[in-house]
Ligand binder design. Structure first.
Ligand code: BGC
Length: 255
């Protein structure tokens, strides 16, 4: 087991990639804080999966767009488990609109969860590790769109591009503290964030043609890499982005 005795907080782990990461972490020996904003049922299913793997789980609701809510999340997690070793900033949202129609509220929502939320959750985690003089691992679930344009998703791309530079910057600032930070950049993974795409055979067919490995990714494809980056095997790995996209990035054309 690669994460024996570790404690991990995985944001947005009631569904999709986050949920699979929470389950895999538990199978590798970690206790897990599961967070949700809307899907309490999904969070409870994730909790049961963690417990079935013989590990402890704590389910907490959080609004990642709100710094007070993030601080409460970290405080409650640490007081329950005594400490945190791993933070996975997984939760993310996207809204579809041509650039000239993007509403301020949607921009704030997307940047709030995808960038500001990551920034302040990471800040709380770093303060905790510093206070305890312990090493730790931070993993951000970014996107291929931290590099690739994605027309009609300008705010999403801005948030993921920001995440790329945040990770690079923090790898330099946090390295001397023994804290590693990396991004995972998933491509088209079959999760609820893609519901519209999955229900549109034409768009889905066009996208599949651009994926050299000829299939959508599954949350499990991402979870394996997250286990590696959270483990001691990645002790010398920091400041980079790892793509899990079936080859999409080098073959991508927008329709
Ligand atoms: C987005 C998906 C998109 C995929 C590939 C992801 O970051 O969330 O909506 O299908 O990138 O373009």
């Amino acid at each position: 087991m690669k994460l024996e005795g570790k404690v991990a907080l995985v944001t947005g782990s009631s569904q999709g990639i986050g949920r699979r990461i929470a389950e895999r972490f538990a199978r590798e020996g970690a206790d897990v804080v599961i967070t949700y904003n809307h899907s309490r049922d999904g969070a409870d299913e994730a909790r049961r999966a963690v417990e079935a793997a013989g590990r402890r789980a704590l389910v907490l609701k959080v609004d990642l767009g709100c710094v007070d809510s993030i601080r409460t999340l970290l405080t409650d997690s640490i007081s329950y488990f005594g400490r945190l070793d791993i933070l996975v900033n997984n939760a993310g949202i996207e809204t579809h609109a041509p650039f000239w129609e993007v509403k301020e509220a949607d921009f704030d929502k997307v940047l709030g969860v995808n960038l500001k939320g990551v920034f302040f959750a990471t800040q709380e985690m770093v303060r905790h590790l510093m206070a305890d003089h312990r090493r730790g691992k931070i993993i951000n679930i970014s996107s291929v769109h931290e590099d690739l344009p994605f027309p009609n998703f300008a705010a999403y791309c801005a948030s993921k591009g920001g995440l790329k530079m945040l990770t690079r910057n923090l790898s330099v600032e946090l390295g001397p503290l023994g804290i590693n930070i990396n991004n995972i950049a998933p491509g088209a993974i079959e999760t609820p964030i893609n519901t519209n795409l999955l229900n549109d055979p034409q768009k889905l067919g066009a996208l599949l043609k651009q994926i050299p490995l000829e299939r959508l990714g599954q949350p499990g494809d991402v979870a394996g890499l997250a286990v590696f980056l959270a483990s001691d095997d990645a002790d010398y790995v920091t400041g980079s982005t790892y793509f899990v996209d079936g080859g999409l990035t080098w073959n991508y054309q927008e329709q």
